[in-house]
Write a protein that binds this ligand. Structure first.
Ligand SMILES: C[S@@+](CC[C@H](N)C(=O)[O-])C[C@H]1O[C@@H](n2cnc3c(N)ncnc32)[C@H](O)[C@@H]1O
Length: 201
């Protein structure tokens, strides 16, 4: 898929690959979601893509992640293009479906725990599943979804398998997706790059 580039030295870090995949879906004035704010790097990237006039909706269960994201957005002058929710992404559908149904250009998930933070505050299969279901109705045709899933922490394997099961259940007439797994790592993370297929005219 366009946006996933392999370099001569192998793949870029998966976080950079995820952003590279998402970038073509973003336009100024559009709407995007960062489903796991963490330290705000993806949120900053999304805000740069939709500003000016657009909006990014960000979710995280940790107040620390909300603060870190604000600290990153402030100096870039992008805070006014972001709405931060201190709550789980499982509420994404409830929060956004009314006004933004089928209008979101991009959604990013970087699952797991906040690096350097409390490893107990980690994404979980059941709530991840609820959030992924919401993506199916929120994304616009041509919209893109990236899911970076890790397998090295307790529960990670299970969550990564759940994500693959969810992807395999998608209607191929509405979605296409591709998975990248680095060959070198022992318990490799998986990056899923998904696109809502444009409606046929
Ligand atoms: C790997 S970090 C995200 C990194 C982030 N995307 C970035 O660019 O820095 C995973 C984050 O998911 C958050 N998280 C855990 N459960 C969550 C949930 N149900 N909804 C939203 N975020 C959650 C954690 O608090 C943590 O901050």
């Amino acid at each position: 898929m366009k946006g996933i580039e392999r370099t001569e030295t192998g793949y870029q870090p998966l976080t950079a690959l995820a952003q590279g995949f998402i970038a073509p879906a973003l336009t100024p004035g559009g709407f995007a979601v960062d489903a796991t704010l963490g330290n705000g790097q993806d949120c900053l990237f999304l805000a740069q893509g939709v500003a000016p006039n657009g909006l990014v909706f960000g979710f995280d269960i940790q107040v620390g992640a909300i603060d870190l994201t604000r600290q990153r957005l402030g100096p870039a002058g992008l805070e006014s293009f972001v709405r931060l929710f201190h709550e789980g992404h499982e509420r994404m559908g409830e929060r956004l479906a009314g006004r933004y149904l089928g209008r979101i250009q991009a959604i990013m998930f970087n699952l797991g725990y906040l690096p350097g933070g409390d490893k107990g505050l980690v994404t979980r299969s059941d709530t991840t599943r609820q959030a992924l279901d919401a993506c199916d109705i929120l994304l616009k045709p041509g919209g893109r979804l990236s899911i970076l899933a890790y397998t090295g922490h307790p529960g990670g394997d299970c969550e990564a398998d759940l994500v693959e099961k969810w992807l395999n259940g998608l209607d191929p007439a509405r979605w296409r997706h591709e998975t990248i797994r680095p060959e070198s790592a022992r318990r490799p993370p998986r990056l899923h790059c998904c696109e809502r297929i444009r409606d046929r005219i």
